[in-house]
Design a protein around this ligand. Sequence first.
Ligand code: NAD
Length: 334
Amino acid sequence: MTHVVTLIPGDGTGPELAAALETVIAATGAPIDWERHDAGLGVMEEHGTPLPEHVLESIRRNRVAIKGPITTPVGHGFRSVNVALRKELDLYACLRPSRSLKGVRSRYDDIDVVVVRENTEDLYAGIEHMVGDDAAESIKIITRKGSRRIARFAFEYARRHGRRKVTAVHKANIMKCTDGLFLSVAREVAEDYPDIEFEDRIVDNMCMQLVQKPELYDVLVMPNLYGDIVSDLCAGLIGGLGVAPGANLGDEVAVFEPVHGSAPRYAGQDKVNPTALLRSGVLLLEHLGEEAAARRMEEAIAAVVAEGKDVTYDLGGSTGTSGMAAAIARRIAG
Ligand code: NAD
């Protein structure tokens, strides 16, 4: 069966990375037809919006998409396409697995933590306004429903993937209502999963512990903003944004994307590391049930990175995006 998958190349370095993904997935032989759609700054003029309706329709129809990064203007201009996609498609769970790759220089060589980030609420609800000229206010939304479904997602993920522990991350000592609600719902949900250990950590302590003793942690579940920050910390633990994959999941639809942004200063230079998007591609193949192709791709990425010859600048090499993708594709074929 051929899978039709929406491909949004994105902007900045996104199109080069998407081309690398196509090269490598083609080499696996997985039967995928790409339906390409642009979003972001490049389509603003033509469609009057950075996220045209036909892009959303394509994703709703195919129920699965993979995207490169999309630039969000700071302080003015349109709101984030990435945030809008997550809200429009109710992609409430952001999954960011951080697993060490041999050959990538980093503080530890045996990291295996998964951040499950709530993707639709918290300060990302975007309810903020100026109060006169000299103050601004932003409203943090946490609901029982949103907290319950993300906690349940984390425990189900843990169970399905044979993980031993879920840690809820919060700041309930200070935000007693919002984070307090998140924590109490996580505790309730934990009672339905006696086979999985449960604990909680205050977010600042969590960050320190992840830097000092990451081996103590397994699956971490947290509200949106902490998830954004802690998942970059975890990306740092495995050698940086160039190697960190991600997925945004709802009950109906899945959108895969790397953790990193559009790295605009490298756009068009065939320079940045395709590994994060390629590892997101591995998650996509697993989601499609293409297990054999996923394993071949994962092993080829690991082999090329470990060899350290055909890798990009951030991994200590001088190969470009396309050269690294070609080396991984050759490894799959050979
Ligand atoms: P960034 O992730 O683009 O870059 C941060 C640093 O990491 C830079 O030094 C960059 O060169 C490096 N980097 C990023 N990806 C890399 C790769 N694949 N290989 C090697 N090095 C890599 O973050 P930023 O500069 O904060 O954001 C740039 C733009 O991307 C902003 O407009 C931001 O809003 C957007 N953004 C988009 C997404 C998304 O599409 N999901 C996510 C984060 C940021």
